[in-house]
Design a protein around this ligand. Structure first.
Ligand code: ADP
Ligand code: MG
Length: 319
């Protein structure tokens, strides 16, 4: 058993909320050492280890819009320290284990995870380590780029993505499904921002923490696959709304044309891979629900996003 004072994470009661924090002089390095060892964690923690990996010492913080505190270490792995209050149940451990067990390769490989046991006996992640996707572009960035190039607003290279995204989503659901046509342990917060793309066009799904705005029991629920599919349909539409917002000379027809084309390819490809999982009759209502959630979220947290769900409602004649 290792010296508990070298354990790189500490959990404290912060005014009635449990929170984790990095601990010690070099927490990223200490964590990777722990994963490379057989050391037992202190009581109340458990460690999951993936394929071992030796990682260099360089580190830099990822500074895009993110909820948690993520670092690239040794130009090889991403270490994500949870900064949200620790409440269970939490969806990520089950999702990651299912994907791993199913051999799903379109998510960065899990190298390790430390979980903490809440007073009401739920295991929740405090830090995860996954392979770095080299030279990855964030989903909103590459998808906005694709839309702008397709509509002639911007010059640049373009790579087809919609069919690949459909097949990727379907194979993720097959890995997460309880049965061939039943509910799936869904991603839960599925949109283009959760899909990294490499310069060669390979896509990776990230972030299985579920929807942060839902209560914990809701976050872990298994749902019809249509829920995630609707999330992505709304996201693809939103890309068009954002592009049009900054290029107001584009006509509605041009933007709708792009949106319907990529949505159609995404759906067709999904169905070719996992037809039995998708109940299409649920899509319309899930899409409307998602737009309403985005409106509420924009009102409470993100006013600069407000025009996007509003444009989606306007397109449907709902404002
Ligand atoms: P959060 O829950 O804090 O939003 P995410 O898991 O969504 O954290 O990651 C935040 C950002 O970090 C992503 O948008 C992406 O830019 C980058 N990122 C996350 N995982 C990887 C990875 N494996 N490889 C490359 N970049 C990553
Ligand atoms: Mg995220």
């Amino acid at each position: 058993m290792a010296d508990p004072s070298s354990f790189p994470v500490a959990v404290t009661d912060a005014g009635g909320q449990w929170r984790s924090a990095r601990s010690g002089p070099r927490p990223n390095a200490a964590l990777l050492d722990l994963l490379a060892s057989d050391d037992e964690p202190p009581g109340g923690f458990r460690v999951t280890r993936g394929e071992p990996l030796s990682v260099g010492a360089t580190e830099r913080r990822i500074d895009v819009d993110q909820t948690n505190d993520s670092w690239v270490v040794g130009d090889a792995v991403v270490v994500k320290w949870v900064t949200e209050p620790l409440v269970g149940p939490h969806p990520a451990p089950e999702r990651l284990r299912r994907l791993d067990a199913a051999g799903f390769v379109a998510t960065p490989r899990l190298r390790g995870m430390v979980e903490w046991q809440t007073p009401d006996d739920f295991w929740v992640p405090v830090v995860t380590v996954v392979d770095l996707v080299q030279d990855a572009t964030d989903g909103w960035t590459w998808c906005l780029h694709e839309c702008r190039v397709a509509l002639g607003v911007q010059q640049g290279d373009s790579l087809p993505f919609a069919r690949g995204l459909g097949a990727l989503t379907a194979s993720m659901h097959l890995a997460l499904a309880d049965s061939p046509s039943g509910p799936v342990a869904d991603h839960g917060d599925y949109h283009v921002g959760q899909v990294l793309r490499t310069p060669g066009g390979t896509m990776y799904v990230i972030d299985f923490d579920g929807n942060p705005t839902l209560p914990p029991e809701e976050r872990v629920r298994h749902r019809p696959a249509a829920y995630d599919v609707a999330g992505m349909l709304v996201a693809l539409e939103n890309v068009g709304h954002v592009v049009q917002h900054y290029a107001p000379d584009l006509s509605d027809d041009e933007v709708v044309g792009w949106t319907e084309q990529v949505q159609g390819e995404f759906l067709a490809s999904y169905q070719e891979t996992a037809d039995a999982l998708l109940d299409e009759t649920l899509l319309e209502q899930y899409v409307l629900d998602q737009i309403q959630r985005e409106l509420a979220y924009a009102d409470s947290h993100l006013p600069r996003w407000h025009y996007v769900p509003e444009a989606a409602l306007r397109r449907r004649g709902l404002t």
